[in-house]
Design a protein. Sequence first.
Length: 410
Amino acid sequence: MSTSIASAGVEDPASQIRELEREYLVQNYARYPLVLRRGKGCWLWDTAGKKYLDWISGIGVNALGHAHPRIVRAVREQAALLVHCSNLYYHEYQGPLARRIAQTSGLQRCFFCNSGTEAMEGALKMVKAYGKRFSPAKIEVISLDNSFHGRTLGALALTGQAKYRQDFEPLMPGVRFLPANDEGALEAAVNENTAGIVLEGIQGEGGIYPLTESYIRKARALADRVNALLVFDEIQCGVGRPGVYYSYQLLEPQVLPDIMVAAKPLACGLPLGVVAANEKAAAAIGVGMHGTTFGGGALACRVALEFFDILDEILPSIRQVGGYFKSRLEELAEQFGFVKEVRGRGLMLGMELTLPGKDIVLDAMAEGLLINCTHGNVLRLLPALTLTDELAHQGCDIIADVLRRYAANG
């Protein structure tokens, strides 16, 4: 039966939907008590018709909000023509999308997959294959504490948070975790057996922590010194979210990686990830060494091309609205002593608290604002890139009301 529970006239569809999931799904998600039905722009509605301002956007996936008319049109047109044909054949959109990513990233070659963790797996294979061309021992990878690179076993091995790794260890050997922005520790760790250094320009799951410019430049210099590949994970912090195409472009002059991985917003809700690489790194992967069944399909690639066309137009607005948004959050930090710091760039912002954030997320939800808490005490704000000053103001007013109640209760 194709009719959803929510549209079938069931008296309490939300409870039935939750019950079905409890009975038939693997219980690996701690979901919020909310069943969503539809979205438009920066807004979502639940099955009871309540309206919410969406400031998590599918954890940064719904880059243009919900039901953007140009994305809807592209999906409808392409779904009627060709959704998938496999990578045994060419289609009209994969090459043009690779060219667009090359032009925006400064890199030369792309491999398309379905998700961020798959992109990181592809990058890791590239790093390993590159290192072994020079020495069987050149297989070590540097990653950072509090990093998050994905949940497949290779990407998980690079994730610098024990809570994600501990149930699956032992994982891939040869990974060294270092404190972020500690240039001395980085210099001491990098050696001739280092094959890759993996960084997030702004750590997302780790609490919206930007890396310093000097640290990123040091990583580039050390990678060059020992002939290692520098990998930038732009899955959450890139593709327009910081107000530029990729977070490393916040630096002037920018620091180019050897490999860049991206995913979340690329196809505005359809699964699509990419590994972009320079010629040196890309040459490490030959015919038959890597592949994907679904990655880079016609539908996802056409939507991603439409997204880039729109992103070209709205980048200045992301920077402007992001600046206003951050200033409003900083005003709240001055008002409430339990707000420790506001961090981030563009429309990737975090508000660190001196108390747990889970209940604040639930209280904001009750007031019609969807946000998220990461690292236990950091309110993570990832609204659609189409956010306006007016909606930023509206959401900040809700956060202020919630924080005011916490302050009143001591």
